[in-house]
Design a protein around this ligand. Structure first.
Ligand SMILES: Cc1cc2nc3c(=O)[nH]c(=O)nc-3n(C[C@H](O)[C@H](O)[C@H](O)COP(=O)(O)O)c2cc1C
Length: 191
């Protein structure tokens, strides 16, 4: 198969849309972040790559706590706005009309309208270059009741917003389920 070389580029598809919540001078602030993901199972950990210039970084460093809120596709306008405007310029929480609640950490604001909220304790910063990798331990997970099926989180019901970079540079939603995981491959497994 003929390939086109693109150079060294951070390409991975799709990317999550995360609204990273921090408290800055007593005010909740949310930033759109697509560069991040799950990092560890026990303890449960995730990462977010944040530029030092973001106001969010101020809140992360001050509180050593943050939240990750996963918006559903119906929140696309609010999510994009949180990626276009800095909390240094506008009060994004009231502009979006978000309902804020707190779990165990008083400095990690959570968005009620998002179907999935992860409360994180900030474990460490890893300075990499343009971005600082923020490693957080997930302390509690909140799932909207309407997105739980048989006691388990149901991502299809959550309808999480997805970011696709590259030529499309767009938001998308989950597609069709194509096969069951941990069993589709059994057809070619030997023994
Ligand atoms: C789709 C999308 C994804 C983004 N992903 C990141 C990211 O992973 N890391 C980052 O530092 N900025 C990212 N940004 C930019 C920030 O969200 C943006 O600069 C925001 O205004 C920062 O807000 P704050 O200054 O209130 O922290 C993204 C923006 C968009 C629209």
């Amino acid at each position: 198969m003929k390939k086109v070389h693109m150079g060294a580029a951070p390409l991975l598809y799709p990317m999550p849309v995360m609204l990273v919540g921090t408290t800055i001078e007593g005010r909740p602030n949310f930033m759109n972040a697509a560069w991040g993901g799950i990092a560890n199972q026990t303890p449960p950990m995730l990462t977010v790559a944040v530029r030092e210039s973001r106001l969010t970084m101020k809140g992360l460093r001050a509180n050593m706590a943050f939240s990750v809120n996963i918006p559903s596709s119906s929140l696309v306008v609010e999510a994009d706005y949180c990626g276009l405007v800095s909390g240094a310029k506008e009060d994004k929480t009231s502009a979006c009309g978000f309902t804020i609640f707190f779990g165990n950490q008083s400095n990690a604001p959570l968005i009620a309208e998002c179907p999935l909220n992860l409360e994180c304790r900030l474990d460490r910063f890893i300075e990499l270059g343009t971005h600082t990798l923020v490693l957080g331990e997930i302390m509690e997970t909140h799932v909207s009741e309407s997105c739980v099926t048989d006691g388990l989180p149901d991502p299809v019901k959550m309808d999480p917003l997805i970011y696709i970079s590259g030529v499309a540079k767009s938001y998308a939603r989950l597609g069709e389920i194509v096969a069951p995981a941990f069993s589709a491959g059994l057809r070619i497994k030997k023994g």
